[in-house]
Design a protein around this ligand. Structure first.
Ligand code: NAD
Ligand code: MG
Length: 390
C-alpha cells in the first residue's frame, strides 16, 4: 500500500534526509502529499517537481513570486504564509515528518497530530515549549508519536513501554560537541565557524550551535521527560564522543539496553517513517571490530551551563521550559549574526529565566497554545533587550 507522506521543513537537514529515503524507496511505496519551507523557494520548487508534491507551503511571503513562477504549469498547489503551513499539515497523509526548526514548528505539528496519524517528531522545541499540552493532544487525537531525535528514537526502540514499572532510568548520550576538550578560557573566543563545525553529526545551523553549548542535550532532556513521562531525576546524561550508542534504558534488574548505529540521521528517520515495519536506509554499516573504543564521561556543567539551566527549567516546570527555549532561539540567532559571544548564549538564557521567575509563576503549565505563544514572545523580548544591552 502506498504511504502518503508530508514533510514540514523539507528544505532543512532532516527534511532533505527524509526525501533522500523517499527517493530510494520502491516506486509506488511512498507518495508525497505536502512539503513546506520557510524561505528557500528555489529548493522547495525543485523538491515539488522531483517528488510530484500535491501541495507546497512557503512561510515567508517575500519569495512567493519566485515559487509561483518556478511551479507554473505543474499540478502542485501553492500556499503562502503561516496558515499555509497548517494547511500542509492538515492535508490527509499517513505519516508527517515534523522537521521545522524551533517553536515555529509547534502549530503545524499540532495540526498533523490533530489528524491522528503517525508523526515523526524531529522538532524537539515544540515539545520543550508545550510539553504537557502537546502530549495531551497526542492522546486525545490518537496520534502515534515516533521520535526522530536519535537519542529518543534509540530509547523508543529499547523501552518496554507497556511495563514502565520495570524501568529505572533513561540514559541520554551526548557527543559533547566540538568544544568538549576546549578550555573555558578558549571558549570565550570561539567563532561561529568553530561552533558550527561538529565533529560527528552534520546538521542545520541552529542545532549545531545548540550542540556546541550543550543546550541541545538540555532540550533533549526536557523532550525525553515529556515523551517518556519520566521526571528529571530518572534521566541521566553521559558524554559519549563517538556517538555510536545513541541512548540507553536501565531496568530495575540491572539490565541496560542500548541502540547502536553509525551517526546518520537516516536511521532514525527510516525507523519513524517505516514504523511498525523496518525500512532500508543507505547508512554506513557499523563494523564493531573497526571501532577504536567507546568512551563515556560526566558532562561538565560549569563549562556548559546551558545543560544546568535546562534541567532547572524542567524541574521548575510550567512555563520555564518555554522561556528557556525562546531565549535560546534568540541568543543562538544573535550569535550566528555575530552580535554576541559564545558564552553570552547561556547568559541570555539564564537572565530570561531569572526575569520570568521574578515576574510570573513557573508552576502552571500553559493550558492553551495562545498562552505558549504569549510566553514565547515575552521571553524573546526579554532576551532581545538583554542582547542589546550587552
Ligand atoms: P534546518 O535549519 O536545517 O531546517 C529547518 C527547516 O525548517 C527548513 O526547511 C526551514 O525552511 C524550516 N523553517 C525554519 N524556520 C521556519 C519558520 N519560521 N517557519 C516555517 N518553517 C521554518 O534544521 P534541521 O537541522 O533539519 O532541524 C529540524 C528539527 O529537527 C529541529 O527541531 C532540530 O532540533 C531537530 N533535529 C535535527 C537533527 C539534525 O541532525 N539536523 C537531529 C535531531 C533533531
Ligand atoms: Mg539528538
Amino acid at each position: 500500500m502506498t504511504k502518503r507522506v508530508t514533510i514540514l521543513g523539507s528544505t532543512g537537514s532532516i527534511g532533505e534526509s527524509t526525501l533522500d529515503l523517499v527517493r530510494r524507496a520502491e516506486p509506488g511505496d511512498i507518495q508525497v502529499v505536502a512539503l513546506t519551507a520557510n524561505s528557500n523557494a528555489e529548493l522547495l520548487a525543485a523538491q515539488a517537481v522531483e517528488f510530484d508534491a500535491k501541495f507546497v507551503a512557503l512561510a515567508d511571503e517575500k519569495n512567493a513570486a519566485s515559487l509561483k513562477a518556478a511551479l507554473s504549469g505543474t499540478n502542485t498547489e501553492i500556499g503562502i504564509g503561516s496558515e499555509a503551513l497548517i494547511e500542509a499539515a492538515s492535508r490527509q497523509a499517513d505519516f508527517c515528518m515534523a522537521a521545522i526548526i524551533g517553536a515555529a514548528g509547534l502549530e503545524p505539528t499540532l495540526a498533523a497530530v490533530d489528524q491522528g496519524i503517525h508523526v515523526g517528531l524531529a522538532n524537539k522545541e515544540c515539545l520543550v515549549c508545550a510539553g504537557d499540552l502537546f502530549m495531551q493532544r497526542v492522546k486525545e487525537k490518537g496520534a502515534t508519536l515516533l521520535p526522530v531525535d536519535s537519542e529518543h528514537n534509540a530509547i523508543f526502540q529499547v523501552l518496554e513501554r507497556d511495563k514502565p514499572e520495570g524501568v529505572r532510568r533513561l540514559i541520554l548520550t551526548a557527543s559533547g560537541g566540538p568544544f568538549r576538550e576546549t578550555s573555558l578560557e578558549t571558549l570565550r573566543k570561539v567563532t561561529r565557524e568553530d561552533a558550527l563545525n561538529h565533529p560527528v553529526w552534520s546538521m542545520g545551523a541552529k542545532i549545531s550551535i545548540d550542540s556546541a553549548t550543550l543546550m541541545n542535550k538540555g532540550l533533549e532532556l526536557i523532550e525525553a521527560s515529556y515523551l517518556f513521562e519520566r521526571p528529571s531525576a530518572e534521566i541521566d546524561i553521559v558524554v559519549h564522543p563517538q556517538s555510536i550508542i545513541h541512548s540507553m534504558v536501565e531496568y530495575i534488574d540491572g539490565s541496560v539496553l542500548a541502540q547502536l548505529g553509525s551517526p546518520d540521521m537516516r536511521t532514525p528517520i527510516a525507523y519513524a517513517m517505516g514504523w511498525p515495519d523496518r525500512m532500508a536506509a543507505p547508512v554506513e554499516r557499523l563494523d564493531l571490530t573497526k571501532l577504536s573504543g567507546l568512551t563515556f564521561f560526566e558532562p561538565d556543567t560549569k563549562k556548559f551551563p546551558a545543560l544546568r539551566l535546562a534541567r532547572e527549567a524542567l524541574e521548575a516546570g510550567g512555563k520555564a521550559p518555554c522561556v528557556l527555549n525562546a531565549a535560546n532561539e534568540i541568543a543562538v540567532a544573535a550569535f550566528l549574526e555575530g552580535q554576541i559571544k559564545f558564552l553570552d548564549i547561556a547568559r541570555v538564557v539564564e537572565n530570561a529565566l531569572d526575569q520570568h521567575a521574578a515576574r510570573s509563576c513557573f508552576g502552571t503549565s500553559p493550558g492553551h497554545v495562545n498562552d505558549i505563544i504569549v510566553t514565547d514572545e515575552d521571553a524573546r523580548l526579554t532576551a532581545h533587550e538583554h542582547i542589546v544591552s550587552l
